[in-house]
Design a protein around this ligand. Structure first.
Ligand code: 5GP
Length: 204
């Protein structure tokens, strides 16, 4: 069984605080897209540290993605593997998608495990923004995406991100960990016990 680690709200807050200057230096986001549910809390905390005096708060929009395993019993129909479905997305025909055009968009999630979710989010958002820009004759306004996660697991990835994203500081992880299982505080139904286990782990 994978080693488990416990991360507290306090640690999440400080990871966001420590990462904000790096995000601002590399990429000045003016819109955040939080991948639910794990991206919501980090996105909200990050916003406080990304706020620039005299500039408005960075808006946060939410998307929801869910992974499911495909069995691939009929290879001609579907190969076995992991697929992603949208449980919540930006409204394609409305201002929500048009609002991304020409922006520096920071996609936030809690963990990059196999990278399947992030690959899907980046690819589909890029595609949908490009068609919205075409539709609205706004192709001259470049939209740039970047990614922030609290934890990147150092392991072989199934998903891939554009090289120009990873090589230009547009992919940032607050910390890189091994292939461990991370328990986040918002998943806990007993936060005192969660914090006790985190403190125990820190004292070892
Ligand atoms: P992916 O494999 O696409 O990078 O990650 C898919 C999702 O699996 C993540 O968004 C997260 O919800 C969940 N996940 C993967 N690894 C962990 C982990 O170590 N801890 C928790 N709590 N969730 C994880």
């Amino acid at each position: 069984m994978a080693e488990k680690i416990y991360v507290t709200y306090n640690e999440v807050h400080k990871l966001c605080q420590a990462s904000a200057p790096r995000i601002l230096a590399a990429f000045k986001p003016n819109l955040i897209i939080a991948i639910g549910g794990g991206g919501y809390v980090p996105a909200r905390i990050l916003r406080s540290f990304l706020k620039q005096p005299g500039s408005p708060n960075i808006p946060i929009q939410a998307i929801g993605l869910s992974l499911y395993e495909t069995l691939g019993t009929d290879a001609q129909i579907e190969a076995p593997g992991t697929k992603v479905t949208r449980t919540q997305w930006l409204d394609l025909g409305s201002l929500e998608m048009a609002n991304l055009i020409g922006k520096n968009v920071l996609i936030v999630d809690e963990v990059d495990d196999t990278r399947t979710t992030l690959e899907y989010a980046v690819r589909e958002l890029e595609k949908d923004v490009a068609s919205a820009a075409k539709e609205l004759s706004r192709t001259g306004e470049p939209t740039q995406f970047s990614v922030f996660v609290l934890h990147n697991k150092d392991k072989g990835k199934k998903g891939h991100l554009p090289t120009e994203m990873t090589s230009h500081d547009r992919y940032l992880a607050a910390v890189t960990v091994g292939d461990v299982w991370i328990n986040y505080p918002w998943e806990s139904t007993d936060i005192d016990e969660h914090d006790r286990l985190a403190a125990l782990q820190a004292s070892k």
